[in-house]
Design a protein. Structure first.
Length: 267
């Protein structure tokens, strides 16, 4: 952090003001931690209504985007106008057009940028839609190759990052979590899972396999809370039934705030 004194950390993610997914939440966790550390932090995003409280210590900057027929088809307009020579730009996620455009804007403004793939280089994600990503890969590799660094969350991702862009430095740092308002107490008799319903990416099939090892009479229940993503809650329930753990695994919708704290604290 000492090397960033005098620099402004600029996070860019189009849905930062309105999204509530894993990438958005992790991005804000980093932005807030950096601001608390005393760094100058800004977040660039689409011009759209803000749905989350933004700390006064962080500059939230809405900027025009060209939006295509798909929500993933976004292009920031003149992002370089929002950058200065004292900035470091942070790009979040992967395989997205807006990151390619933002990376070029950073180079135009002579600003270094860091890519945070958020698991986008994980093999099962990287090779989804293999043919389309095969066409896209030269541009994605160029984005990573020109980056000042790639920031991954776990040691296991280092080899994936280096195989994708061998010459780019790799930073390892897990995303922290804000401490709950109450300390963990346990006593709920269940194992908690919280996330989005993507059976393959989130390993929910492995969770079901684990549940099968427990005695239905004496073992803990598995309680899942999440929102639809690549799979629906009904598909996750069907998986649990098909693997014979429907009585052990409860699949529920998303929870936030005190209800989420209570769910985690009692697990």
């Amino acid at each position: 952090m000492a090397g960033l004194t005098g620099k402004r950390i600029v996070h860019y993610y189009p849905r930062a003001a309105s999204g509530d997914g894993g990438v958005t939440n992790a991005m804000w966790a980093w932005a807030e931690a950096q601001a608390e550390f005393g760094l100058n932090v800004a977040v660039l995003h689409m011009e759209e209504p803000t749905r989350r409280p933004i700390p006064d210590s962080i500059s939230s900057i809405g900027m025009p985007h060209i939006v295509g027929p798909s929500k993933r088809t976004l292009r920031p307009k003149r992002l370089e106008d929002h950058l200065t020579s004292d900035d470091v730009l942070i790009l979040h996620s992967g395989w997205l057009l807006h990151n390619l455009v933002a990376g070029r804007a950073a180079m135009k403004a002579s600003v270094p940028y860091v890519v945070v793939p958020h698991g986008a280089l994980f093999p099962k994600i990287r090779f989804r839609r293999r043919h389309l990503k095969g066409l896209w890969e030269p541009w994605e590799r160029a984005l990573f190759r020109r980056a000042a660094a790639v920031h991954v969350f776990f040691d296991q991702e280092v080899n994936e990052a280096r195989s994708f862009s061998p010459s780019t430095p790799v930073i390892i740092g897990p995303t922290g979590a804000q401490p709950s308002q109450r300390t963990w107490t346990g006593g709920g008799g269940y194992i908690a899972w919280l996330g989005r319903f993507d059976i393959e990416h989130k390993g929910l099939d492995l969770l079901m396999e684990t549940a099968r090892r427990f005695d239905p009479e004496d073992g803990p229940r598995f309680i899942l809370h999440g929102k639809p993503s690549r799979n629906s809650s009904d598909e996750v329930k069907e998986l649990a039934e098909s693997m014979g753990v429907g009585d052990l695994v409860a699949v529920n919708g998303p929870i936030t705030g005190p209800e989420k704290d209570d769910f985690l604290n009692r697990a």
